[in-house]
Design a protein around this ligand. Structure first.
Ligand SMILES: [Zn+2]
Length: 300
């Protein structure tokens, strides 16, 4: 129940509250600031800026990682100064980088570098320059059994480090329906990482907690996602939100969702909830929760 004296964030039916994209990459050599302009002009107010790995030139030392992390932090600062929006930084080594490097520098060396990069990211989070470890996880494509087992051992180790540091992680994982979530929930429990601090990124639109096993999710809000979200919403008692996974990559235009998507889907969500019988107050609470209240719990 909301306090009756609080104003809601609608102005003549239009949402004027927070709108957060929980997973966005940016690239100085591509659209960069113009993508942010587009996001803001559509109604966006905040982003999580996630470290963008350079898969064609992967880091070989921890100082390579440091340079890449520092650059992400610089971009965030530049965006805040230029546009005055809230930018939260997410840092971590990508699981695909690890898998690729298993074949070039070997399993042991790749794993060692990866864990060093995790620990460095945790340092940045502890100092307040970043808010979450990510994207970490495991390969989303088929790999040999040996690599799969090693990936799971590594993810467990990463989760233990996150649990120790009391921070959240954004997970990049395969899409194998409920099995993916039940696997991840087991790993969380083994690592003593509270499930809600494991945020599955690029999540499908089913937010039913029986499906997600209590993990937090940021839904990749493609075309049909809103009706699926609203369908599963009554059985959801965990944290969820929205993301584009915008890649800012000129070689892969349209591979993921564009910068206008989250404002657009937020308005579609509001409309769909209204049609489904939710009151204005309830809608206000839901949208404020996903775009502001819950992110404050998950990313700090
Ligand atoms: Zn991503």
């Amino acid at each position: 129940m909301r306090a009756p004296w609080r104003e809601n964030m609608f102005n003549q039916g239009q949402w004027e509250g927070p709108i957060l994209d929980q997973h966005m990459h940016l690239d100085r050599n591509n659209r960069y600031l113009s993508a942010i302009s587009e996001f803001i002009n559509s109604g966006g107010t905040a982003i999580n800026l996630v470290h963008k790995p350079n898969f064609s030139d992967l880091p070989l030392t921890i100082s390579d990682y440091q340079l890449a992390y520092d650059d992400t932090i610089d971009m965030a600062r530049e965006i805040r100064e230029k546009f005055g929006i809230k930018v939260s930084v997410i840092l971590g080594p990508h699981p695909v980088s690890w898998e690729k490097q298993v074949h070039t520098i070997g399993l042991q060396e790749s794993t060692f570098l990866h864990l060093q990069a995790v620990k460095l990211a945790i340092k940045y989070i502890s100092s307040g320059e970043a808010v979450c470890l990510g994207e970490v996880g495991r390969p989303h494509y088929p790999v040999s059994l040996e690599i799969w087992d090693a990936a799971n051992d590594l993810l467990l180790e990463i989760m233990k480090l996150a649990a120790e540091a009391k921070i959240s992680i954004q997970l990049h994982v395969e899409d194998d329906g409920e099995k993916t979530y039940s696997d991840l929930a087991k790993l969380c429990d083994m690592a003593s990482l509270p499930r809600h601090l494991a945020i599955r990124h690029y999540a499908p639109a089913n937010i039913d907690s029986e499906f997600t096993h209590g993990l937090s999710v940021t839904v990749s809000v493609g075309k049909d996602s809103i009706s699926k979200i609203v369908e599963s919403l009554p059985n959801c008692n965990s944290y969820w939100g929205m993301e584009t996974d915008y890649l800012d990559d000129k070689n892969r235009p349209g591979a993921v969702l564009g910068p206008k998507t989250i404002p657009k889907r937020t308005n579609q969500l509001i409309e769909k909830l209204g049609e489904s019988g939710y009151s204005k107050e309830e809608i206000n609470d839901i949208v404020e929760n996903i775009h502001s209240n819950w992110p404050q719990i998950l990313y700090s």
